[in-house]
Ligand binder design. Structure first.
Ligand code: NDP
Ligand code: 2IT
Length: 444
């Protein structure tokens, strides 16, 4: 049987006009799972693909709040509850001015497969708001978060949908939202993850996405006879994922020479000084350009062309479509041989194809950055058991999960005749588990 993938994609574009990021994510997955659908025609016949591509529920809501000048501001909030076949909806909240339905849907769609790969019982969802936390006072962020949760709380719950952080949502925002949820619902429950230590949070959740990315990339390098030791690493971003990827890569002997933000990037040939980045980003909420004040031998370059810096390993940890085909060509021309995707969909589909055609090892986001949500699921387990595990316990479970995710991608890539294509392997392994669950549960 030959499966017409284009028909599904055309239908997605027609039903979801103007949502370019969602179309892009769907296209990549459909291309990968074509051989799966040929092998298992029952998934085609029972409409699994059409159902898989349509969110179970999409919520959009007004978020009114009052700024420090007494002026009323209105933002638009989203929660897309995409698929709950294998567990409650699970996925982060993004607060960034670029947020619209197409971004939340691409993230929610990727989350289904990512969460499936974690081996833990979590479905896929994502939410967010077009609110820009930059330059806002703590009091403004609190009033905004309270208003956002006042509406969101109607749709979530510890067994229904468990949000967490993403771009623009860290410990401060989770705290304000958790407080408001608890006040309205009058219950102390694991409805959000990424909570603080001492009120339901898990040790190692803060580090988990960045550490997990490096654990996954370590396994990918190992399978190809390589390691992080003495390699030049370029990281984009300087937020939560970038910081802890940098820490773990350095602990494996890598020379991390670049971090960035949306204004520019730092090149420090002697190795990025992480404590300076952490002070600027986690404490002062400042700009990465300040780094050179402490380290005058480093260089600050305005703009986003981080991928022109020569490196062996690239870890994009900022945002989607950060590496296009041109950047991919520059990276390969400069000798880059491995890419570990810390951000969600940081490479365009054309960039991924170019990398694979040149033999570059690509650790796809939905596998390589799954450590964050996996540790969120461990936080949910701890909350349910009313127990707290040590940092070492959580970190060792995270390492084992990332190793098993790499093995699943590797095995699926070989089983379907594409050895070394971990992008296809991740899509296939993630999809199979969800498809099997949907099939068993009937047409719903
Ligand atoms: P943060 O908000 O902590 O940091 C985001 C970083 O990316 C900042 O340095 C930011 O710069 C930069 N950035 C954001 N948008 C842009 C843009 N449009 N252009 C250039 N730079 C940009 O977010 P996280 O570190 O949590 O998230 C980073 C990525 O990792 C995202 O793709 C997210 O979806 C993904 N991810 C996050 C997980 C988590 O647990 N937090 C889990 C899995 C994936 P600036 O400050 O200038 O905006
Ligand atoms: O993209 C992601 O996986 C996240 N932002 C983390 C989601 C979570 O529920 O911890």
């Amino acid at each position: 049987m030959s499966v017409n993938i284009q028909k599904y994609l055309d239908e997605v574009k027609k039903r979801n006009p103007g949502e370019a990021e969602f179309h892009q994510a769907v296209e990549e997955v459909l291309e990968s799972i074509a051989p799966v659908l040929e092998k298992y025609p029952q998934y085609v016949e029972s409409g699994i693909v059409e159902r898989f591509l349509e969110p179970e529920r999409q919520i959009m809501f007004r978020v009114p709040w009052v700024d420090d000048n007494g002026k009323v501001q209105v933002n638009r909030g989203f929660r897309v509850q995409f698929n709950s076949a294998i567990g409650p909806y699970k996925g982060g909240l993004r607060f960034h001015p670029s947020v619209y339905l197409g971004i939340i849907k691409f993230l929610g769609f990727e989350q289904i497969l990512k969460n499936s790969l974690t081996t833990l019982p979590i479905g896929g969802g994502k939410g967010g708001c077009d609110f820009d936390p930059k330059g806002k006072s703590d009091a403004e962020v609190m009033r905004f978060c309270q208003s956002f949760m006042t509406e969101l709380c109607k749709y979530i719950g510890p067994n229904t949908d468990v949000p967490a952080g993403d771009i623009g949502v860290g410990g401060r925002e989770i705290g304000f939202m958790y407080g408001q949820y608890r006040r309205i619902q009058n219950e102390f429950t694991g409805v959000l993850t990424g909570k603080g230590i001492g009120w339901g949070g898990s040790l190692a959740r803060t580090q988990a996405t960045g550490y997990g990315l490096v654990y996954y990339t370590r396994e990918m390098l190992k399978a190809n006879g390589k390691s992080f030791k003495d390699q030049r690493v370029v990281i984009s971003g300087s937020g939560n994922v970038a910081i802890y990827a940098c820490e773990k890569a350095q602990s494996y002997g890598a020379n991390v020479i670049v971090v960035s933000d949306s204004n520019g990037y730092i090149i420090d040939e002697d190795g990025i000084k992480l404590e300076t980045v952490q002070r600027i980003k986690e404490v002062e909420r400042g700009r990465i350009s300040d780094y050179v004040k402490d380290h005058p031998t480093a260089k600050y370059v305005p703009g986003l062309d981080v991928w022109s810096v020569k490196c062996d390993i690239a870890l994009p940890c900022a945002t989607q479509n950060d590496i296009n085909e041109d950047s991919a060509k520059k990276l390969v021309a400069n000798g880059c041989y491995a890419v570990g995707e810390g951000a969600n969909m940081p490479c365009t589909n054309e960039a991924v194809k170019y990398f694979l055609s040149k033999g570059v090892h690509v650790g796809p986001a939905k596998a390589a950055n799954a450590g964050g949500v996996a540790t969120s699921a461990l936080e949910m387990s701890q909350n349910s058991m009313r127990l707290e595990w040590t940092f070492e316990e959580v970190d060792s479970k995270l390492d084992a999960i990332m190793t098993s995710i790499f093995e699943a991608c590797d095995t699926a890539s070989k089983e379907f005749g594409m050895p070394g294509n971990y992008v296809a392997g991740a899509n296939i392994a993630g999809f199979l588990k969800v498809a099997k669950a949907m099939y068993a549960q009937g047409v719903i």
